[in-house]
Design a binder for this molecule. Structure first.
Ligand SMILES: N[C@@H](CCC(=O)N[C@@H](CS)C(=O)NCC(=O)O)C(=O)O
Length: 297
C-alpha cells in the first residue's frame, strides 16, 4: 500500500512537472507573432474562407473545459460556420502540430498543412473582419460597453470560474466529475484531468489566479459568493432589465464571449447554482442556448 502510494505520488509530481514545463514552452512566441509568421498563406486562406472556397472545413483544436475555446466555439456556432472539433489531449497535445505554439484554442483554416490561427481574441477578431455575417448581427466590436464586458469575461469571469472549481482540493477532484458527461473527451484525458489536473489547477488557483484577481478587485472571501456577485452584475448592468441580451434583442460579442466562457463549466454544480440564485441569469442562458440552436441548419 505504502509502495503504491509512493508510486502514485511520484506519478503525480512527474505529471505535474511535465504539465508545468508544457505551460512554460508556450512563452517562446506570442500569438500575434505566430499568426503573422504564416503570411502570406494566412491572408490567402482567409480570402478563400470569406469566398466559401476553402478546400476543407475549419478545424477547432480545443479542450471542452477551456473557457477560451468556448468563446471561439460560441462564435462559430452562432454564425453557423462549419467546423470540425478536435479534442486535444492535455499532456502531450499530440493532436497539435509541432509548430512552436501550444496554447489552445487553435483554428486551422482548411485541411492538413493549412495555416492556423491562435488566440481566442485574435481568432474572433479575424473572423469578424473576414466573414460576411447575417444582417441582424451587430457585433458591437469597439464599442466601450461591449469591450468592457468582453474584457470582464476574459479577465474576471474566467478567473472566478477557476477559483470556484478549485475551491478546495477535494472539491476540485469531485468537481471534475462533471467532465464524465462530455462524450467529446476521451477517457484517458478525463483520467489525466482528474489525476494531474486537480492538484495542478488547485495550486494555480491559489498561487496565480487569486493574487491576479486581487489586482482586479477581488477582496477574498467565499469564492461562490464572489462569482454570484459578478454574474448578478452582468445581469443588472450588462444585460439590463428590459433586454434579452447585452446586444438587446440579439446577442452581440459581449453575450457570445460571456456565454462561451461559461460553457467550459456546463454541467458543473456551479453552473446550476449560478442559475438557481438568479432567475434572470438562467433566462439569459436559456435565451443564448435557444438562439444558438436556432442558427444551426
Ligand atoms: N490568451 C489565450 C489563452 C489561451 C489559454 O491560456 N489556453 C489554455 C487552456 S484553457 C492553454 O492552452 N494552456 C496551456 C496548456 O494547457 O498547456 C487565448 O485567449 O486563446
Amino acid at each position: 500500500m505504502n509502495r503504491l502510494f509512493k508510486i502514485g505520488a511520484m506519478a503525480l509530481v512527474t505529471g505535474g512537472g511535465l504539465y508545468v514545463s508544457r505551460l512554460k514552452e508556450n512563452r517562446t512566441v506570442t500569438a500575434s507573432e505566430f499568426n503573422q509568421a504564416q503570411e502570406p498563406k494566412l491572408s490567402a486562406s482567409l480570402k478563400l474562407l470569406s469566398e466559401g472556397q476553402l478546400d476543407a472545413p475549419l478545424t477547432l483544436f480545443r479542450y471542452t473545459t477551456c473557457p477560451f475555446c468556448g468563446k471561439v466555439k460560441a462564435y462559430l456556432d452562432y454564425h453557423n460556420i462549419s467546423h470540425t472539433l478536435v479534442e486535444v489531449e492535455p499532456m502531450f497535445k499530440s493532436q497539435l502540430h509541432d509548430h512552436g505554439y501550444s496554447k489552445i484554442p487553435q483554428l486551422r483554416l482548411g485541411g492538413a498543412g493549412a495555416p492556423i490561427l491562435v488566440d481566442s481574441d485574435l481568432i474572433v477578431d479575424t473572423l469578424e473582419k473576414t466573414l460576411v455575417k447575417t444582417t441582424d448581427w451587430k457585433s458591437g466590436a469597439g464599442e466601450p460597453d461591449v469591450e468592457l464586458w468582453r474584457t470582464w469575461a476574459r479577465e474576471k469571469l474566467v478567473r472566478y470560474i477557476v477559483i470556484n472549481v478549485n475551491r478546495s482540493m477535494s472539491e476540485a477532484w469531485q468537481g471534475y466529475d462533471y467532465i464524465d458527461a462530455f462524450d467529446t473527451i476521451p477517457a484517458v484525458n478525463k483520467l489525466f484531468l482528474k489525476v494531474a489536473g486537480t492538484p495542478v489547477m488547485y495550486m494555480v488557483s491559489e498561487f496565480f489566479t487569486k493574487p491576479k484577481l486581487r489586482t482586479l478587485g477581488y477582496e477574498g472571501g467565499d469564492a461562490r459568493e464572489t462569482i454570484f456577485k459578478e454574474v448578478n452584475e452582468w445581469c443588472s448592468k450588462g444585460i439590463g432589465q428590459e433586454n434579452n441580451f447585452h446586444g438587446g434583442k440579439q446577442p452581440d460579442l459581449a453575450d457570445l464571449e460571456a456565454y462561451g466562457v461559461l460553457q467550459s463549466i456546463r454541467g458543473h454544480v456551479i453552473y446550476q447554482e449560478m442559475q438557481d440564485q438568479n432567475p434572470e441569469f438562467k433566462t439569459w442562458l436559456d435565451n443564448m442556448d435557444n438562439t444558438i440552436a436556432s442558427k444551426k441548419i
